[in-house]
Design a protein around this ligand. Structure first.
Ligand SMILES: [Zn+2]
Length: 270
């Protein structure tokens, strides 16, 4: 589990460094402990002022670790209720209208699967017109409990057991090899057949797979740039083209396009 969290943290740090911070993240599945660890890590990272985030030493980090960072907001189910209700989200959105003390708010919604439909729809409005100074982190035990419209506004990380995340990584590794060697379409598509045919979990697995493939392709490109690899110019352009195709495919998956169609298009493009 720890390895999976480390991989996700690396992915997030890389995208933050590339200036691709988004307004909402969702961590779904896995254990409660795993979700909380990732959620609090992300919020602390968003506040940290050091180059190497989260440093644990700068003022925002120390405030956070002492549990008194003014801009860190937590929404959770009240003890006397069964769900997170709309009023709680209204209270949150009112607060987000005020300027944060520092550069931004970080909001963690614990047990987001307990938000009722009214609460989720209210939250959706905030996600659609994100206050530029807030990042919202949703933690949910299962992805299906969140409305597809809410999920589509978030960068989602599905936490799975190690066995299944290895499965997607192995497929990504294999496809990256086929892309490098310029293999035929049907060989590439064969690697993805298992994900396409998964009746229950196709979309989550496709997203995990695309994340793993992007990471693998970026590693191969980086090896080329630092001169450690034996990649030819033709291979570099194949890799760069493939990275673009992966980003496009992930966008399609998040916009709820057909998984089968999206993955087949990916195989045609790379
Ligand atoms: Zn720090």
């Amino acid at each position: 589990m720890q390895d999976q969290n480390s991989r996700i943290k690396n992915q997030i740090i890389t995208s933050i460094r590339r200036g691709r911070l988004v307004h909402a993240y969702a961590f779904t599945g896995g254990t409660a402990q795993q979700r909380t660890e990732l959620g609090t890590w992300l919020c602390r990272t968003l506040f940290c002022e050091a180059e190497d985030k989260p440093c644990g030493e700068c003022l925002p980090c120390r405030k956070f670790l002492h549990g008194n960072h003014e801009d860190f907001l937590i929404v959770k189910k009240p003890q006397d209720r069964e769900s997170i209700v709309k009023d709680q989200i209204l209270e949150l959105t009112d607060r987000l209208m005020l300027k944060p003390f520092g550069s931004r708010y970080a909001v963690m919604i614990e047990d987001a699967q307990l938000m009722n439909a009214a609460a989720q729809n209210k939250l959706l409005k905030t996600l659609e017109e994100p206050a530029s100074e807030a990042v919202i982190v949703l933690l949910a035990d299962r992805r299906e409990a969140l409305l597809p419209t809410v999920l589509s506004r978030c960068v989602c990380f599905s936490l799975s057991d190690e066995a299944s995340s290895f499965r997607e990584e192995a497929a990504a590794e294999k496809l990256a090899g086929l892309i490098l060697s310029g293999a035929e379409y049907y060989k590439k598509k064969a690697v993805l057949e298992d994900i396409i045919r998964d009746k229950d979990d196709s979309r989550t697995r496709a997203e995990d797979f695309l994340n793993a493939l992007e990471a693998r392709l970026m590693t191969l490109l980086k090896e080329e740039k630092t001169g450690n690899g034996k990649t030819s110019n033709e291979e570099v352009s194949r890799l760069s083209e493939a990275v673009k195709a992966v980003l496009e495919a992930r966008r399609c998956i998040r916009q709820l396009h057909s998984v089968a169609y999206t993955l087949k298009q990916l195989c045609l493009r790379v």
